[in-house]
Design a protein around this ligand. Structure first.
Ligand code: PGA
Length: 257
C-alpha cells in the first residue's frame, strides 16, 4: 500500500497576518483538494498571531494547523510565551519545537526543548521535534553524535514517563542546519545513512510511541523526487517553497505520486 506522506509548510515569519490569512482563504479549495488524494497530510504552520484564525478557517477539514513553538512552562510569569494548554484549547494538534532558528534566536537549550516536548505530550499535541547538525559538525562527521545527543533525553523521557499516557505520536524532523534556506542538499548516501539510523533508533521504542521521520532543508519542486527515493522518510518540512501556493502544490503533487 502506498504511504501517506506529510507536508508541513513552515511559514516562519515570512508573511504578515494579512498575507497568511489571504493565502489560506484564496487557496482554500486547492489546499483541501491536496489533502483529498489520500496520499498526503497537509499541515500549515503560520505565526502565532494567525494561528487561531487559520485554525478556524480549516476547522472540520482534513488540513491541520501547527504552532511554530510553545512554552516549556505550564503557566506563570513568562512574558511573551504561549502555553501548550492554550494551544490545546484552540484546537491545535501539532507544534514544531527545537527548530534551529528558535534554538539560535531564543537561546533554547536541549533541556528547554525536552520540557516543551513533555508539555505537548501532556496536552495531546504532537511534537514536531527538529534536530540537525551545523556545517562544522557535518564536515567533521559528527552528525550522528549530534542527533544522538539531541534525542537521548527525549527517548529516556518516553521510556520513563509515558506509561501514564496513551501511546503518543512524535514527528522527528531531521534538518541539516547548513541546508536550511541555503539551496544546498546532502547526497543520497548521507541521507540514507541518517534516516536508517533514525529509523532503527526510534523502532526500539515503537511500542511506546508512534513516530514519523520528516526531512527539512531546501525542499522544492525540483528536488522533491530525489528526497522521495530515500527510505524511511514519512514527510517534509518546507520553509521558503511553501510560501508560493503553486510551488507548494507542485511539491505535494510530485511527492505524493
Ligand atoms: P527551507 O526551511 O525549506 O526554507 O530550507 C525549512 C525549515 O527551516 O523548516
Amino acid at each position: 500500500m502506498k504511504k501517506k506522506l506529510i507536508f508541513i509548510a513552515n511559514w516562519k515569519m515570512y508573511l504578515n497576518i494579512k498575507e497568511e490569512v489571504n493565502f489560506s482563504i484564496q487557496n482554500y479549495d486547492n489546499l483541501i483538494k491536496l489533502t483529498k488524494n489520500n496520499y498526503s497530510q497537509i499541515i500549515l504552520a503560520p505565526s502565532f498571531i494567525s494561528l487561531n484564525r487559520i485554525n478556524d478557517i480549516f476547522k472540520s477539514t482534513t488540513l491541520k494547523v501547527a504552532a511554530q513553538n510553545c512554552s516549556s512552562h505550564i503557566n506563570g510569569s513568562f512574558t511573551g510565551q504561549i502555553s501548550t494548554v492554550s494551544l490545546n484549547q484552540i484546537g491545535i494538534e501539532y507544534s514544531i519545537i527545537g527548530h534551529s532558528e528558535t534554538r539560535k534566536e531564543l537561546n533554547e537549550t536541549d533541556i528547554d526543548i525536552e520540557k516543551k516536548f513533555e508539555q505537548l505530550i501532556l496536552n495531546n499535541i504532537i511534537p514536531i521535534l527538529c534536530i540537525g547538525e551545523n556545517e562544522e559538525e557535518h564536515k567533521t562527521n559528527k552528525t550522528l553524535n549530534k542527533l544522538e545527543f539531541q534525542t537521548d533525553n527525549i527517548i529516556k523521557m518516553i521510556n520513563k514517563t509515558l506509561y501514564n499516557f496513551n501511546k503518543p505520536t512524535l514527528y522527528i524532523a531531521y534538518e541539516p542546519i547548513w541546508s536550511i534556506g541555503s539551496g544546498k542538499i546532502a547526497n543520497i548516501d548521507y541521507l540514507d545513512n541518517i534516516f536508517t539510523w533514525l529509523y532503527k533508533r526510534f523502532s526500539l521504542i515503537k511500542n511506546e510511541v508512534n513516530f514519523k521521520l520528516i526531512y527539512g532543508g531546501s525542499v522544492n519542486s525540483k528536488n522533491i523526487e530525489f528526497f522521495k527515493t530515500i527510505d524511511h522518510i514519512d514527510g517534509f518540512l518546507i520553509g521558503k517553497s511553501s510560501l508560493n501556493f503553486k510551488e507548494f502544490e507542485k511539491i505535494v503533487e510530485l511527492g505524493s505520486i
